[in-house]
Design a protein around this ligand. Structure first.
Ligand SMILES: [Zn+2]
Length: 72
């Protein structure tokens, strides 16, 4: 599936409406938007991370922000 892009061609990290953090999954791994872009052929789904504070990208190890589980 296609990874959502910004007008400059980089991966969109937040939804355009509501600004919710995005992540992507392949058959076996969870990816941040930037890594999903480089493995786009493998990406099977994308979603918003609503409330998982421990979600990390399996490629680069970056933590993927959550919409509701951030520390205040
Ligand atoms: Zn990554």
């Amino acid at each position: 599936m296609n990874v959502d892009r910004m007008p400059d061609g980089s991966a969109r990290c937040f939804t355009s409406i509501g600004c919710y953090p995005l992540f992507y999954v392949t058959k076996s791994v969870c990816l941040c938007p930037a890594c999903a872009l480089s493995r786009e052929a493998e990406v099977e789904a994308g979603d918003c991370n609503w409330e998982d504070p421990d979600l990390t990208c399996d490629d680069c190890g970056e933590r993927i922000e959550s919409a509701y589980a951030e520390e205040p």
